[in-house]
Design a protein around this ligand. Sequence first.
Ligand code: NAD
Length: 499
Amino acid sequence: MATIEHWIGGSSTEGASTRRGTVFNPATGQAQHEVVLAETADVDTAVATAKEAFASWSQASLSARTKVLFAFRELVNANVKELAEIISDEHGKVLSDAAGEVQRGLEVIEFACGIPTLLKGDFSDQASNGVDVYSFREPLGVVAGITPFNFPAMVPMWMHPVAIACGNTFVLKPSERDPSASNYVAKLWQRAGLPDGVFNVVHGDKVAVDAILDHPDIAAVSFVGSTPIARYIHTRATANGKRVQALGGAKNHAIILPDADLEYAANHLTAAAFGSAGERCMAISAAVAVGAAGDPLMDIVNRKASEVVVGSGRDPKSEMGPVVTAAAKERIESLIGTGESQGAKVTVDGRGLKVPGFEDGFFVGPTVIDQVGVEMDVYREEIFGPVLSVVRTDTVDAAIDLINANQYGNGTAIFTSSGEAARRFQRGVNVGMIGINVPIPVPMAYYSFGGWKDSLFGDHHIYGNDGTHFYTRGKVVTTRWPDPSDTPAGVDLGFPRNH
Ligand code: NAD
């Protein structure tokens, strides 16, 4: 079994780590690699290396930085297939889906290629008599990213291309469940000409995370993961004086109105609930069928869910792969059981699914649970698996109230042919990302991604203009170049006024 090591200062190292984690292939259920788990000393080494690299990278010209970013963009683009295979083998998702996540990460790199424009400051000529004022933004220093298992390439790419383009240096602590993509990306950065030490990867668990949160030389932390950990990261890192954006979990609802094209809605619901085995923070996990939409919609969704082809992520025929670990499979199947015991109706049951040739894989088939009540565990918990819970309401307003009563506010969607209902929905829901006849409304890279309520802790959404703001701080310069021929003004102890 290969050992996946840290990437610090441009090379692999096991550092001070003696502990190891196991990386499984979720399709076969077999252990395939071990990964080093950092001690505090490894984080210290990575941060010291990044701090040293910051001295010169922060001074690199915009042209020099842009050149590296364009080269990085080309290399990622040329290696989508390889990266997708690495992701699929450790995460389980199908190759096309893995390639899709790399594509969405690439869009953030492309956004970051525009850094000279993004960092342009403001200039006010003659703001006061003989006074000009201008502003610009500077990088923060060493910044860290802590990322989840479900998008091992894309979510880190929400962070490091923007942070590095802004002139920061970066320490990434990816998920220990699928760590290899980060090392692959580190090598692409190096080939793109990024100076060693600007991008570092430290593998590990809570020990590494806590070392990051407490390290005095880390200026900012970007986190994406589950809500309890996001809240913890935000509390501890802000207490240590860091800038923090911590994106948490989700329970994304889609409302289906009777006037919607139900075939279209069912296609999209099925894809949004079961794509990537439901392990997307923007997956639709709750469908809210309004009024007469309910029964005909369920007929189509049940049929489509039963038709999803489940298999190894490497098999081109597979539409959906396994879930990430044996523990995740067990938890998801047990939650489906609670739905049944609490009175909901399991209309498509993915428990106990065996894929021929992959009998030990962590597979759960698409599952649809109808007649779900808001008090049930399947509704309250973020299941993070291929399970669609269906709640029924009588009106669109009741559906909006349901969404607003939920603890999460990441994404939501409506399926309707009524512009009036769509507008009422977009204005009425307390959710950060909204789709109208679009089930997974992940914003383009030139907008920013972020939820409300327990789906995000901090003031900044991620990537886009929020990203460049998060990774920089502003300076405003007020200048006067006195005309030597003017009579000196003399001493005036009054507060400076503009005239
Ligand atoms: P997770 O919270 O378990 O782990 C995320 C990161 O935190 C990992 O790097 C992990 O090593 C670390 N971590 C885990 N437990 C920790 C602890 N006790 N102390 C300190 N660090 C700890 O999340 P996950 O299971 O890897 O990913 C799935 C979750 O991420 C879901 O809840 C999903 O909704 C969420 N997610 C959210 C978004 C978003 O944009 N809002 C995007 C992707 C995933």
